[in-house]
Design a protein around this ligand. Structure first.
Ligand code: ADP
Ligand code: MG
Length: 156
């Protein structure tokens, strides 16, 4: 996948840490996340390292290309933000799959919130790994955060 040749269009400029662009290549969509200059390097470095481990696993991006010099991460488009209308019926099952993957690689993700959960088709995808802890997986904590987000969006 040659991300650099794609025609990038602004997708979201409201995040505090990054500017997001989207591009299309035939039937596939991609995202480019450019970290803002003022954001400490550690966030970009943590996300890069986490994605190297996570990429290709179910519920995470398949493709990932890191441009260190420009603090930019290229990845797959993973869907629209979780909402009442797109929440998959089997979200509990999918959360368990996600927990198994995180347990396998012993990764703790700290920034669990609706904006960091994407839905594509009926699949839950997790994004945004600027705040993670390596070798610190905690099943009960992550499970309660994910469950809270999913139960809450059902009623808002
Ligand atoms: N791979 C992706 N697929 C779909 N939407 C994305 C993707 N990456 C980012 N976004 C969108 O851009 C927003 C900001 O991206 P995010 O990685 O959460 O950056 P920030 O660290 O600024 O919160 C997300 O809330 C989501 O709406
Ligand atoms: Mg985010």
């Amino acid at each position: 996948m040659n991300f650099l040749n794609l025609k990038w269009k602004l997708y979201s400029n409201i995040g505090t840490s990054s500017i997001i662009y989207k591009a299309q290549d035939r039937f596939d969509f991609y995202i480019k996340k450019v970290y803002r200059k003022n954001i400490p390097d550690i966030y970009f470095e943590m996300e890069s390292k986490a994605l190297e481990i996570l990429k290709g696993k179910p519920h995470f991006t398949k493709n990932c290309f890191i441009d260190k010099q420009n603090k930019t991460i290229y990845m797959d488009y993973l869907g629209k933000t979780l909402s009442k209308t797109n929440c998959p019926r089997n979200w509990k099952e999918q959360i368990n799959e996600i927990l198994d993957i995180l347990q396998d690689i012993n990764l703790y993700i700290s920034d669990i919130q609706r904006n960091n959960i994407c839905i594509l088709g009926n699949k839950i995808n997790i994004i945004d790994f600027g705040i993670v802890c390596f070798n610190s997986f905690n099943k009960e904590q992550i499970k309660s955060c994910l469950t809270f987000v999913f139960e809450n969006q059902l009623y808002d």
